[in-house]
Design a protein around this ligand. Structure first.
Ligand code: FAD
Ligand code: AMP
Length: 478
């Protein structure tokens, strides 16, 4: 008799590997199926996030930020550097080393917790069974009491700019460029486009970003997006809104890009072109037609609030289901599902999921924007504090940006916080915690914040909600 698992998980990205470890910690017998192979055909855990997403992009963002700081920002401190040089192969090797350290770490954690890794492509069959085909074509069928699909997402490709992995690349290719392109085009000024565009801009590329929408960062609070747009312009990112790419042609080693905008049709010549127009769920060939699993109209696996699919005992979590395509959203869904399988009353609070763009300065948000609240007819109070008035930010010569705190006009409950500024990702987390505890703006205002810290900007924004900020002139109440 083949052994039966309590849980079989398909995919070892942050949704899958975290669910697997948590399930094992809860005493469940768990297997995790992963198709990703390294150059030597060994199973590679960690998914998009660890291999070609969050971690390598942050490694390059940090390296390129340090380089740009040394080149551009030290004179103000009285430090002179003769000439800053960047060794791209060394920068890429550091990134690769971090990736191997973390992916290897998951292999170790699987071993330590007793998770069984199974190499191959998984497919869900009717009755919570999982067929696995390895890279030599061997097929086995795993019997499971529960199945969790965590197969993630892949970059969207668009017909006018087919990826050739040489001149026209996707986000994965943009993490592997071996030299700094003189002119770099980026299609899509969204999260990934901005991060990767920033890396190569800091290293010296002339970067032109072509964005089809007329509005910059439409998912962000408008005030924050405007502030960020101004900062990126100062950094030399040429962001063209309302610019829809309609064609590309590779000519003599360069890419000619044709786009339309209000002014008509234009062409630009680039050394490399990054296509960063979003990601889509990887839901093809993942389940048999009689499995009972269904897809929504955009190809995401259909699930309810508890990540249950329409097939009994089959769950789906992470990028393959509706909601934000973020690693922490993915892993928290994985944890929720295994806790429910283990009989706990777990639920996910989707209202308190932060999102971040790791440009410099960072952009971070939690909760609703001013525009969303207005559209819902919810009266709110707003407190804004600029980093230009933060002693810590000035001391660090890093004072671009603002904190915007939004609270319910009647109850004072915090409804959202939006930040563009230094360490915004970490700053917003304190508001995430406050919101999880149902905090009011006054609760944060009454909290003692260390001095001098960047966190004081969050404190001041909470004070400003009721016109009580100390270090800026408050707007007069009528
Ligand atoms: P994935 O990480 O995509 O993992 C899915 C896994 O399933 C893969 O390993 C895949 O090989 C495997 N798989 C798929 N189908 C099968 C099958 N049939 N059988 C076996 N295995 C299968 N998010 C953040 O929160 N912060 C960031 O800073 C951030 N930066 C990013 C930067 C870039 C450049 C990119 C591309 C993404 C970034 N993201 C970031 C998004 C983040 O990577 C994803 O939200 C996250 O990886 C989703 O996790 P997941 O487990 O759902 O899917
Ligand atoms: P995100 O989903 O945040 O990664 O953003 C992707 C961006 O790419 C979106 O803002 C899209 O409007 C943009 N986009 C998609 N197709 C095109 C295109 N053909 N030309 C320019 N921008 C595009």
């Amino acid at each position: 008799m083949p052994e039966k698992y309590d849980v079989v998980i398909i995919g070892s990205g942050p949704a899958g590997y975290v669910a697997a470890i948590k399930a094992a910690q809860l005493g469940l017998k768990v297997a995790c199926v992963e198709q990703w192979l390294d150059d030597s055909d060994n199973m590679q855990l960690g998914g998009t996030c660890l291999n070609v997403g969050c971690i390598p992009s942050k490694a390059l963002l940090d390296s390129s930020h340090k380089f740009a700081d040394v080149r551009d920002n030290l004179a103000v401190h009285g430090i002179t550097v003769k000439k800053a040089d960047i060794d791209i192969p060394a920068m890429l090797a550091r990134k690769d080393q971090i990736v191997s350290q973390l992916t290897g770490g998951i292999t170790g954690l699987f071993k330590h917790n007793g998770v069984t890794p199974i190499s191959g492509v998984g497919k869900v069959l009717v009755g919570a069974k999982v067929e696995v085909t390895d890279n030599k074509g061997n097929v086995q069928v795993l019997d499971a009491s529960n199945v969790i699909i965590a197969a993630g997402s892949v970059p969207v490709s668009i017909a006018p700019a087919p990826i050739d992995d040489e001149h026209i690349i996707d986000s994965t290719g943009a993490l592997m460029l071996t030299e700094v392109p003189v002119r770099l085009g980026v299609i899509g000024a969204g999260v990934i486009g901005l991060e990767l565009g920033s890396v190569w801009r800091r290293l010296g590329s002339e970067v032109v970003m072509l964005e089809a929408l007329d509005e910059f960062l439409p998912m962000m609070d408008v005030q924050i997006a405007k502030e960020a747009g101004k900062i990126f312009k100062k950094q030399g990112l040429d962001i063209r809104l309302g610019a829809r790419v309609i064609g590309t042609e590779v000519k003599k080693g360069k890419v000619e890009v044709t786009y339309t905008s209000a002014g008509g049709e234009h062409t630009e010549l680039f050394d490399k072109l990054i296509v960063a127009v979003g990601r889509r769920p990887r839901s093809e060939d993942l389940f048999s037609s009689d499995s009972g699993i269904t897809l929504d109209e955009r190809g995401f696996i259909y699930v309810n609030d508890n990540c249950e699919t329409e097939a009994p005992h089959v769950y789906a979590v992470g990028d393959i289901v509706r909601g934000l395509m973020l690693a922490h959203k993915a892993s928290e869904e994985g944890v929720m599902v295994v806790e429910r399988i283990a009989g706990k009353q777990a639920q996910m609070n989707y209202d308190c999921v932060p999102s971040v763009i790791y440009t410099h300065p960072e952009i971070a948000a939690v909760g609703q924007t001013e525009q969303e609240l207005k559209a819902d007819g919810i009266e709110c109070k707003i407190g804004v504090f600029p980093f230009a008035a933060s002693g810590r930010a000035l001391a660090a010569n890093d004072s671009d940006g603002i904190v915007k705190m939004i609270a319910d006009a009647e109850t004072d409950r915090i409804l959202g916080c939006h930040i563009v500024g230094p360490s915004a990702a970490d700053l917003v987390q304190q508001v995430v915690i406050a919101m999880e505890f149902g905090s009011s703006a006054e609760d944060l205002a009454l909290t003692v914040f260390g001095h001098p810290t960047l966190s004081e900007a969050v404190h001041e924004a909470a004070l400003a909600v009721d016109g009580q900020a100390i270090h800026i002139a408050n707007r007069k109440k009528r």
